[in-house]
Design a protein around this ligand. Sequence first.
Ligand code: SF4
Length: 468
Amino acid sequence: MTAVPATAPTTAPASAPTPSPSLPPQAAARPYQSYVYAYPHKTAYRPLPDRPALRDLWRGEAKDALSLYLHVPFCEVRCGFCNLFTRIGAPDGLTGRYLDALDRQAAAVREALGDDGPVRFANAAFGGGTPTFLTADELVRLCDIAEGRMGADLRAVALSVEASPATATADRLAVLAERGTTRLSLGVQSFVDEEARAAVRPQRRADVEAALGRVRDAGIPVLNIDLIYGIDGQTPASWRTSLDAALAWRPEELYLYPLYVRPLTGLARRTAHTDRDWDEQRLDLYRRGRDHLLAHGYEQVSMRMFRRAGAAPQGPDDHACQTDGMIGLGCGARSYTSALHYSFDYAVDMGEIRAIIDDYTTTSAEDFGRAPIGREIDSDEARRRHLLQSLLQAQGMPVADYRERFGSDPRADFPAELAAFAARGWLQDGGAGTVLRLSPDGLAHSDALGPELFSPAVRAAMAAYEVK
Ligand code: SF4
């Protein structure tokens, strides 16, 4: 690490990011704009005219601490709030054909990674969709693809898997535990049956509790429970009911998600949430949830994530999301080199999703060796991504880390943005310290603050994207 100057430079370096449009000094922004879990967002990707060969994209990249992600785009139901790339059910042997295609893709991608240096995966994740929509035998095959084709050592690294209560069966969990799963994330959303119905995720609390018991019996070290606030009819009391029901399992992690109603999702067709009252409801429930978890021995990791103090770690993982590459396999999964983020086509509408998955299952090995859509990451975007991914974590961003990577000070690169955040009280110490860290109010406004760090070009691309 390099030393941190006592004061920020007053002039921006020649390579400083493109200035963003002027920002309002006060907290005028609505708190729930978008969940920035990756930057740039996939809606800023565009078809790559020359469909570059993966072998060329990965040549010369560091590949000794990669992240491996396998996407399983199947669910038993389509939750009303969900805009993820997934379809309902899988008729006529579709999961088998999907795994065949995944195997072809894994072989093509591993070949493209080449042997010009060590290739090692520092962590792995199965997400979706619902990976446990697959049968136990199919999950064995999924693990075999990750290990046999890609060379990931699943038992030696952190392996996270998403599951739904209905599909978290003992036989599937036994496979996952035996193959080295260190974290099982269960999408519960609410322990109140009426709220689950209102979110178009029909389930009975008794079934959820039984699933949690099976996860604990499987002995997977880290249990995560996802909950949602802002559901129609949810009250502080019913929110507390869900929080306490989750806490009764002493989960190592809890994610509290604000409800969003996005275009083309089930809830978008039923309700029209646009008012500030809903913002106030969500902010109130967020603060109640945060305070309740902090009072019960949890630490806040980000706006959404809480970890039980002293809980078992997820397992060895030396991947750094700001700098290390990612390989995503499966329809809808993205991959990151230092210069390009790429993926397959993407949709929210069910008919479009089915067509894209069908295309995927017939894709040849040769086509799997190319990147069809994506977005280049230049030095401007790399700086924004580093700042975003660090600042949205409760521990914040050491200014020295940024300086070491980019040779400049983030306060010189993003003067308007950081000044606006400071004026709103969203930065601890007004952003003047050696670590840029969000205040409690800043963390609460992560979904407003994040989008303000998007570059003008990414904003324009996202605005021009036609949801399908
Ligand atoms: S929220 Fe999860 S379980 Fe529900 S439809 Fe989306 S991916 Fe499937």
